[in-house]
Design a protein around this ligand. Structure first.
Ligand code: ATP
Length: 886
């Protein structure tokens, strides 16, 4: 693959464009771009090591289980038991093949999700603006960036407008770096290359165009990532917990097998048989499938969540979702529809209500301040009511700004004319920190500054008000303040407007100062229809929902009360400025923890809030959409970015992207996260109870001096058939949504297998043992003690009993015949598959003799069937009859 290692920061804009052979007006031609894509490769920084088939295959052999099996093969060869040696080799082959296939499937799912999570990039190609998957960018592409974007390749800037970036991904510095286009001298370090933007950095302010010179691994970020990858490992906390559990089980098993070995030797069993049994038991007890089955079920969960509009970026997040205790949610668009309509406009001495929707008959347009208001609303506005497509007007941009354009249009002002007569010369983009935006325009009598934003901020910068056709002293702020409060309390979102006309071009830094107040507009943004129900559902699930908004306290409390999130009491509401006080008293902390609405919160305060809750040991989910939200999204245990409204930077920082921006989808994700963890817990319980029963059966039979109930290869067979497939099927279960969302969140410190679970495991294993040893004892005492028959009956009873044991995994509170297990088609498939495999085993030459199988006949098979059902009856008695197990 080709590399470009020119120092583009030393070239002039023209030289860079010539060198990269790019037309600055039209960008690359499509044909040229695809040629370069094959030349330079995709713009991705991925770890190739994990992906190769060979490395996946080799990983299957780095497993102690496989070593033990190889040891067993060696022992069988040494003692000249060729059939067994070959059989164990086949077992190794099957085991590694299953492991290999499952891991490939998990990798494929992860890759699919990764490609979906990949950022999009805007470029100029063939003279058109296009939005591309960032993987398709090539050197020479003209990259268009603006505030909120994540830079997706390294590019030499060719034009900038007030452009600033946060380059902490590269430099670790979180300060903003201003950019320009001037060439620099050679040898300047990366952090000081002010004419270059780098992959992975975030645009905080302004706009710019750059010509891409490095993609993928050639970018600065790519080089760092390549260095860091040597040390990276993708183990989720869940996998770590599973590994810890496996290690503990290995010790337990070793102790038990030594005991069984010694007791066998004392009874005079053959040495080889006892070595093989000990090894087989050890293998039987270690749930080697756990990590890969859990990875698969997490990955499958991620795919399932995608269908519910939720893109989860890491396996770990699926797990954390189930543990979420607090959700900080913004208001606009998440709890509300974000379908804004101007409901009220108030100018000096005048208020107009638009609730009856007959806007063209309104008096507003005759007010002396109306045209100024309309100008500010149209000019200080980045939205567009584009040309009609299919007869429908298609609006783009912030819904609030769209609503303002519609109002002006409806009230007869020509939007396009206003915009062409007053071209924009400079701007201060909206920022949730300053809660305002401002634009500078040239106009007939000089320069016009238009400002809109939060009442507190705008009014603070206005010393005059536009009254009776001219600026006058702003002497009635208190009255206006009351008006704003009143509108906010009725649930309206309020924006204030101001202007200034000057003869000279004002300095950028002074653009928002010394303004003349025009008036306010109140917007209606209805709550989402399903939101009340979702909030209630969260409350039942023990999840605290907290509204954290940049909006006015009155609006925030009104909406929160309407949707059942707050009781409207003053104690439930807190103003953002209280969050960042340096030394919080215990009482304040308590108030902050009790509150359900935080208003006028800026991104730094959001971060403070997340930290405060995390310090109390709570697992916090936080939603966000702006570029400034990125730190809080990263800090939260689950950062949730909005798919529609979210900026590239917010999406990059988040763990979860909600494609439809709806709060309900967050709830669905949490429910899913809980179900997935439950499934993992259930198959762990299932596997451990089956394994424990095998140990108990062999140990008890040996103490009771019954014939060997299970031979080594039979144990291996049992595990390959009854362990993996039913466990996999349980991992696919849909869960019991009502039960799952009717209990508090699981604590992160909680072990996968709790004390109560251990009691259940022992109970299930005990019941399995009772049924199977019952069969053995019955046949031993009635069938004349023929040891091969006795062994076969025990073996078959255990196979069936373990298969039926799947049905014991249903929760006590659900009916026996209608629950998540019986409703799971994969469970039935697994059972049929296992029964089929058992039947086929009898037909394949050499296999019955390797497994020491003989034909049982109807009578004995009847006994097998009856005794295999005994554990289910016993467990159900304990579960539903006596309520001893859950
Ligand atoms: P939420 O966090 O629930 O989405 P929000 O949208 O009100 O609430 P911010 O986007 O931080 O939060 O906005 C804070 C305030 O800034 C708003 O209440 C409004 O007064 C003002 N504001 C919002 N958008 C704009 C804009 N495009 N131009 C000017 N001012 C704005």
């Amino acid at each position: 693959m080709q590399q470009l290692d020119k120092r583009y920061y030393t070239l002039t804009v023209k030289q860079a464009l010539v060198d990269l052979n790019t037309d600055p007006e039209n960008g690359l031609e499509d044909q040229e771009a695809s040629l370069r894509l094959s030349q330079y490769g995709q713009n991705v920084v991925e770890d190739k090591r994990r992906k190769s088939m060979l490395s996946t295959l080799l990983r299957q052999f780095s497993n102690p289980i496989v070593w033990m099996l190889l040891l067993a093969t060696g022992a069988a060869f040494v003692f000249r038991h060729l059939v067994e040696a070959v059989a164990v080799l086949i077992v190794i082959l099957i085991n590694t093949t299953i492991g290999f296939l499952m891991e490939r499937q998990a990798i494929r799912s992860m890759d699919k999700l990764k490609s979906l999570a990949r950022a999009k990039a805007k470029v100029l190609r063939n003279g058109e603006r296009r939005t591309l998957d960032s993987a398709d960018l090539v050197p020479g592409d003209l990259l268009l960036i603006q505030a909120g974007d994540l830079v997706t390749a390294d590019a030499r800037l060719i034009s900038v407008n007030n452009l600033s970036l946060k380059e902490s991904a590269l430099s670790g510095e979180s300060t903003q770096v201003a950019k320009n286009t001037a060439p620099l001298s050679d040898g300047i370090p990366v952090a000081d290359r002010s004419n270059t933007v780098f992959k992975g950095t975030e645009v905080i302010k302004g706009k710019g165009v750059g010509v891409i010179f490095s993609t993928g691994r050639q970018t600065e970020l790519g080089k760092i990532t390549a260095l860091a990858q040597g040390a990276s490992k993708e183990a989720t906390p869940l996998n770590k917990k599973l590994r810890e559990l496996s290690v503990r089980l290995i010790w337990l098993t070793t102790a038990l097998t030594v005991l069984i070995f010694i007791s066998g030797m004392i009874r005079g069993e053959s040495l080889l048989l006892m070595i093989e049994t000990a090894i087989a038991l050890a293998i039987a007890c270690i749930p080697e499938g756990l990590p890969v089955i859990s990875t698969l079920s997490l990955a499958r969960g991620m795919i399932g969540l995608l269908k519910k509009n939720v893109l989860v970026k890491t396996l770990e997040s699926v797990q954390t979702l189930g543990e979420t205790q607090v959700i900080f949610t913004d208001k606009t668009g998440t709890l509300t529809e974000n379908e804004m309509r101007v409901r009220v406009v108030a100018l000096d001495g005048f208020i107009e209500d638009f609730s009856d929707e007959i806007s063209h008959n309104k008096q507003l347009k005759y007010h002396p301040a109306f045209h100024l208001f309309s100008k500010a609303a149209v000019l200080c506005n980045d939205a567009d009511l584009q040309d009609r497509i299919n007869g429908e007007p298609k609006a783009v941009g912030d819904p609030e700004e769209v609503a303002l354009l519609r109002l002006s249009g409806d009230l007869s002002d020509d939007i396009e004319q206003i915009r062409t007569q007053n071209p924009r010369m400079a701007e201060v983009p909206f920022d949730s920190q300053i809660k305002m935006m401002g634009t500078l325009h040239s106009c007939e009598n000089g320069y016009l500054t238009c400002v809109k934003g939060a009442w507190e901020e705008v009014s603070g910068r206005c010393s005059k008000i536009f009254r009776e056709g001219q600026p006058q002293h702003f002497d009635n702020k208190t009255e206006w303040n009351r008006k704003v409060e009143e509108l906010a309390r009725s649930g309206l979102r309020v924006l204030s407007f101001a202007f200034r006309i000057s003869e000279d071009i004002p300095q950028q830094a002074m653009l928002l100062d010394d303004l003349v107040f025009i008036g306010i507009a109140g917007f209606m943004d209805p709550a989402r229809p399903d939101i009340k129900e979702s909030i209630l559902c969260c409350q039942q699930a023990g999840i605290k929902v907290v509204m954290v908004t940049g909006d006015h306290p009155g609006t925030a409390v009104a909406i929160a009360t309407a949707i059942g999130l707050s009781d409207g009491e003053p104690s439930s509401h807190i103003h953002g400025k209280e969050i960042l006080e340096k030394h919080l008293s215990a009482q304040t902390v308590d108030r902050l923890l009790q509150a359900s609405v935080f208003s006028r919160v800026d991104p730094a305060q959001k971060l403070g809030l997340v930290s405060l809750y995390q310090q109390q040991g709570l697992v916090v989910g936080m939603t966000g959409d702006g570029v400034n939200d990125a730190p809080a999204l990263r800090k939260a245990d689950i950062g949730i970015a909005m798919g529609v409204r979210g900026t590239g930077a917010a999406k990059e920082a988040a763990d979860l992207i909600i494609n439809d921006d709806a709060f309900t989808s967050i709830l669905a994700a949490i429910q899913y996260g809980r179900v997935i963890f439950d499934n993992i817990q259930t198959f762990v319980i299932y596997l451990l109870s089956c394994n424990l029963s095998e140990i108990l059966i062999v140990a008890l039979a040996s103490f009771l001096e019954l014939p060997m109930p299970l031979l080594p290869l039979q144990i291996l067979f049992l595990n390959m058939i009854t362990d993996v497939f039913p466990a996999l099927a349980i991992g696919m279960s849909r869960g019991e949504p009502e039960l799952v969302m009717n209990r508090p969140p699981r604590k992160p410190s909680e072990a996968i297998v709790s004390k109560a679970n251990w009691i259940s495991i022992v109970a299930y294993a005990g019941c399995l043992t009772a049924g199977v040893l019952g069969a053995e004892f019955y046949v031993f005492s009635t069938a004349g003690g023929e040891s091969k028959l006795v062994n076969n009956v025990t073996f078959c009873t255990l196979i069936l009993a373990q298969l039926w044991n799947v049905f014991n995994m249903a929760q006590r509170k659900t009916p026996f015949f209608a629950n998540q297990i019986t409703a799971n088609k994969y469970v039935w498939l697994a059972i049929f598959f296992c029964l089929g495999a058992l039947m086929i085993t009898y037909q394949i030459p050499a296999l019955p003799s390797a497994l020491s199988l003989v034909s049982l006949g109807h009578g004995l098979f009847g006994i097998v069937l009856v005794f295999s059902l005994i554990p289910v009856v016993l467990v159900q008695l304990l579960k539903r009859g006596f309520g001893i197990i859950g």
